[in-house]
Design a protein around this ligand. Structure first.
Ligand code: NAP
Length: 476
């Protein structure tokens, strides 16, 4: 069935090309065939957005709040349907997909409140008889580019503040998850947001994504560092603002005084759940020598028991990876790890299950060093490595020796080391006795170094990107 699911100026349209999506848990099942937008469609979307934005900017804050409230309500009402779409086309297990859908509903609800609380300031002037007002205005038409791994949460954490603060949107989701993107667009279209304010174009990054970057007044992007860098360069040339959330090579430090079971549970959760396809995944397990051997054994034992299977199966804890290219990339890194003389402590092999899918055994390398390629590059799969260190000081140095800086965790019972780590690790988010992955929806999200660029996303910090400040001087 061909689904014509690009939304441009309030009209659903097809495209010049089509894209077939297969279930990564069962490659014999075609989930849908989608019409792909072109650069010309993106231009039409921008034209519609520019026509619609002034009225949306002029809408009352209550109208904008009510629209976000409606989006949130529909997401909660349709949560089972939305989670099933995500499991079928993206391979996310039902509990993980449901968790993400509910989170997206909360994000929209949070910004329904923020729409009513757009901050401003009134100040005195150094000149007599003059007042100063500092107000915030929408940026205009924002371009949103999102990845496949959190297709509803990441999308809603951009769409919601953009709408709350009066912007129009041209959104390009990942072409790998068009079904959930179309479902989100249906919800926004039914929420009371006027036609043209919200537009969605599904298409390939180099054509459709690049056209979004060309047309927008501001670009918010989540995806790989390589694409992010290209977008930042183009935004600088165009002198428009950009916000980039990119990859990670997140450390989980385990100290000798850690609770062993907790440490092993956190490592398995953070590194392998959601098939490791999380920008905040714990990919480098940095372990002090006193607990190292027991920890390596405890993680490997747990991995033997992890239930890998089709995403829609109730028993499944870890589903397939998203597609063939990700699958091949993971296997390539298994080979690289072996060539680097890392010890394969678990997994590393494709799994043949009752259905044909992109299933990989969770992979653990031990006896690795931080200079190995498997510890330098983001792998984005069910894959982690253990790095042995002598003590806390070396653990911190290794944790910081990376070009990324998204999330960093430590497992310890020592307040002294916990506080020192929190203050000195070079990451945007730190976790004490928690997995590196898993964040709240009302707090700022983002990293340092190659992980993020520009203002923070989420929570009250989102206003920085989605509004422009105006300073007005008023004489009586
Ligand atoms: P990606 O290849 O960079 O793609 C991200 C988005 O950019 C997709 O919509 C993609 O479209 C589009 N795109 C590709 N080339 C483009 C171009 N030249 N111009 C404009 N847009 C372009 O990343 P991905 O593989 O989808 O996602 C995985 C990455 O996202 C990982 O590195 C992960 O760490 C990161 N991530 C980061 C966060 C965070 O908040 N830090 C959250 C989730 C994921 P196509 O799909 O059509 O190629």
């Amino acid at each position: 069935m061909l689904l014509e699911k690009n939304l441009i100026g309030g009209t659903w349209t097809g495209g010049s090309d089509t894209l077939e999506i297969r279930n990564p848990s069962n490659l014999d099942e075609v989930v849908g065939t989608y019409g792909m937008a072109t650069a010309a469609d993106v231009n039409a979307a921008f034209a519609a957005a520019r026509r619609a934005q002034p009225a949306w900017r002029g809408a009352t804050i209550e109208q904008r709040s009510m629209a976000l409230d409606a989006i949130s309500r529909m997401i909660f009402e349709q949560k089972d349907r939305l989670a099933e779409i995500m499991a079928r086309e993206g391979g996310k297990t039902i509990p993980d997909a449901l968790g993400e859908v509910v989170r997206a509903g909360h994000i929209a609800r949070f910004f329904a409140g923020e729409a009513l609380r757009i901050p401003g300031e009134k100040m005195g002037s150094v000149r007599p008889g003059v007042d100063v007002e500092i107000t915030r205005e929408p940026v205009g038409v924002v371009g949103l580019i999102t990845p496949w791994n959190f297709p509803i949460a990441v999308s809603l954490w951009k769409i919601s503040p953009a709408l709350a603060f009066g912007n129009a949107i041209v959104w390009k989701p990942s072409e790998k998850t068009p079904g959930i993107s179309a479902a989100i667009a249906e919800i926004v279209a039914a929420s009371g947001v006027p036609a043209g304010v919200f537009n969605m174009v599904i298409g390939r990054g180099p054509e459709v994504g690049a056209a979004v970057v060309e047309g927008a007044d501001a670009v918010s992007f989540t995806g790989s560092a390589a694409t992010g860098r290209r977008i930042a360069v183009r935004c600088a040339e165009r002198m428009v603002r950009c916000q980039l959330e990119m990859g990670g090579k997140n450390p989980l430090v385990v100290l000798d005084d850690a609770d062993l079971d907790l440490a092993a549970d956190l490592a398995v959760n953070g590194a392998y759940f959601q098939a490791g396809q999380r920008c905040t995944a714990s990919s480098r397990l940095i372990v002090t020598s006193g607990i190292h051997d027991a920890f390596a054994k405890a993680v490997a034992t747990r991995l033997e028991k992890v239930r890998i299977g089709p995403a829609l199966d109730k028993e499944t804890q870890v589903g397939p990876v998203i597609d063939e290219s990700q699958f091949e990339k993971n296997l390539k890194y298994v080979e690289i790890g072996k060539q680097e003389n890392a010890r394969l402590a678990s997994g590393g092999n494709p799994l043949q299950l009752s259905t044909r899918g992109w299933f990989l055994a969770p992979t653990l390398f031990a006896d690795t060093t931080n200079t190995m390629q498997i510890n330098r590059e983001e792998i984005f799969g069910p894959f982690a490595s253990i790095i042995r260190v002598a003590d806390y000081d070396e653990a911190l140095a290794v944790a910081n020796d990376t070009e990324y800086g998204l999330s960093a965790g430590i497992v310890t019972t020592s307040m002294k080391y916990a506080r020192h780590f929190q203050a000195n690790v070079q990451a945007g988010m730190t976790m004490l006795n928690l997995p590196t992955a898993g964040v709240d929806y009302h707090t700022p999200f983002g990293g340092r170094k190659m992980s993020s660029y520009g203002p923070r996303e989420q929570g009250r910090y989102a206003v920085e990107f989605y509004t422009m400040v105006k300073t007005s001087y008023l004489a009586a």
